[in-house]
Design a protein around this ligand. Structure first.
Ligand code: GTP
Ligand code: IMP
Ligand code: MG
Length: 334
């Protein structure tokens, strides 16, 4: 699979970060390139007893052989990006495109108050107002920023060059399909399209350069911020089921609902998904925690996975059974 695109199938926070980390360790890609909106995303990754939070760099940083690229469609927080490069020690393999947009304090201020904050429930990270300025053609770009000089590159060129040589590339999406500005629950959405096509445009690859689209679904649905959530359960019910989660970026409580097959079907359609990754199977079926083989799963858990495959007509190739990167069942070669 030379090029694999990873996208969120629901409202973000499906666990894409962990899946990308697993694929990065297992498949050893030369490049992981991030599309999506910007530092409004937050991935939590756990490996060998350490917990990492990443908002700007690709989640593949745990593999020291992988170059970490950010495509021109992404808006950058300089503070978050430079902090992550330094914290993860990836100075020699982190690159952002000349044309990435730059978020400044005015964007963060506009995003932290008024309608965006109160009625949409934005993350307050300035991504929406920065993208609005980009549409107005007034946004500053990475090539104008001195502190980024060492990290600038032509990202579409680097990615397409690797693909021509049949090298392995992971294209990492952020947020989730129903937060897409085009396909989501408008106006309760983020400021860009975040389906597979949008993510590919963000990093500069065309539709014919994609081999696999892995759509990530959590075993239940969560949503942060405002907007509809079908069959939403109360916070007390979520606690009783062990489904309560807190947002990586904002610390807000995530709202929860049962797995939604109708939503999943539409998501498969919008993304041309070729494989499904299911995360947090251990949260719904605790007896499956840390398992790495499908045959070891309990009968109800196997039935849940089979039902997903029957209803959605796409194979479930990866299954998360815990937050640790290796808590993964990989059925790609089984
Ligand atoms: P966005 O790009 O912000 O949409 O985030 P994301 O899709 O990378 O997900 P995020 O890391 O915000 O949330 C997923 C949470 O679930 C994290 O705390 C992960 O550590 C955790 N997680 C991921 N996969 C599994 C799993 O299979 N089992 C369990 N128990 N936890 C998981
Ligand atoms: P914004 O993207 O910060 O403008 O926020 C718009 C909506 O998208 C809010 O409901 C946010 O909670 C949600 N959102 C944005 N990014 C993410 C993400 O990475 N995970 C989950 N929700 C997100
Ligand atoms: Mg997240």
């Amino acid at each position: 699979m030379p090029s694999t695109v990873i996208v969120g199938g629901f409202y973000g926070d499906e666990g894409k970060g962990k899946i990308v980390s697993y694929l990065a360790m297992k498949d050893n890609p030369v490049i992981a390139v991030r599309g999506g909106v910007g530092p409004n995303a937050g991935h939590t990754i756990e490996h060998e007893g350490k917990k990492y939070k990443v908002r700007m760099l690709p989640s593949a940083f745990l593999n020291p052989n992988t170059r970490l690229l950010v495509g021109p469609g992404v808006v950058l927080s300089l503070e978050v990006l430079l902090k992550e490069i330094s914290e993860f020690g990836t100075q020699d393999r982190s690159f952002v495109d000349y044309q990435c947009g730059i978020i400044d304090d005015s964007h963060r201020t506009a995003d932290s108050q008024g309608r965006l904050k109160e009625s949409i429930g934005s993350t307050g990270t300035g991504t929406g107002p920065a993208n609005a300025d980009r549409a107005m053609r007034t946004l500053k770009l990475a090539k104008e920023i001195d502190s980024l000089a060492l990290y600038l590159d032509d990202i579409p060129n680097a990615v397409n060059f690797a693909l021509e040589r049949k090298e392995q590339v992971i294209v990492e999406g952020t947020q989730g399909t129903f937060l897409s500005l085009w396909h989501g629950t408008y106006p309760y959405v983020t400021s860009k399209d975040v389906t597979a096509s949008g993510i590919c445009a963000d990093v500069g690859i065309g539709p014919k350069s994609v081999d696999e689209v892995v759509i990530v679904f959590k075993s239940f649905v969560t949503r942060v911020g405002e907007g509809p959530l079908k069959n939403e359960i109360s916070p007390e019910q979520a606690v009783a089921k062990g489904w309560q989660e807190v947002g990586t970026v904002t610390g807000r409580q995530r709202r929860a609902a049962e797995f939604d097959f109708e939503l999943a079907k539409r998501s498969i359609m919008l993304n041309s998904a070729t494989q499904i990754a299911i995360t947090k199977l251990d949260v719904v079926y605790p007896e499956c925690a840390h398992m790495q083989s499908f045959s070891d799963l309990s009968s109800p858990a196997k039935y849940f996975i089979k039902t997903i495959e029957d209803k959605l007509k796409v194979p479930v190739t990866l299954i998360g059974t815990g937050p640790e990167v290796n808590d993964t069942i990989d059925r790609r070669n089984q």
